[in-house]
Write a protein that binds this ligand. Sequence first.
Ligand SMILES: [Zn+2]
Length: 201
Amino acid sequence: MEVKQIVSKLLESNTYVVSNNNKSIIIDAGAEIENVLPQTIGTKVEAVLLTHLHFDHCYNLLSYVNQFNCPVYVFNTDFVGLNPFTLASMFGKLTLPKNCYKSLQGVTKLNLAGLTVECFHTPGHSLDSMSFKINDCLFSGDTLFYNSIGRTDLETSNRLNMLQSLELLKGVTFNVCYSGHGKSSTYAEQQENIKYFLLEL
Ligand SMILES: [Zn+2]
């Protein structure tokens, strides 16, 4: 398995291409398609997973769906395109593709690209925040960052939910944490980080 990070021009959100032999999965859709496409060459993209629906994580989703013609996994399909979930009040309305979504609510495991994807609902930054564990890698969206955590003052944020999600992620083991913005972190760094914010938040 190989993980490639592509940083978007918009708010520097991270898109990840996780490839396994000749198949791949894309996590988040903020990065420009022309920068993502080269990282998928030689693989069939089986799915796009969205950590949440905030504007900067799905801004280029339409071009991904047109290019790869694959399903898009989100926490709850009912939330797609709703203003509080995309933060339309801050960024303006988004045009998202139709009829390609699959709901992750109640789903704990997916098999994609020959990999097992463990799915964790981790609300707090947003109601629809998901974290994904693939092999020894955790993809934490805007829940965990290097030396920080996601904002909890946005439209569908909830501080108590964040505390519960931090408790949940504290019990998940991994080697590398790939965040929705910024650089990756180690398990030890995240244990310290989570411990700090469980007390601070
Ligand atoms: Zn966000």
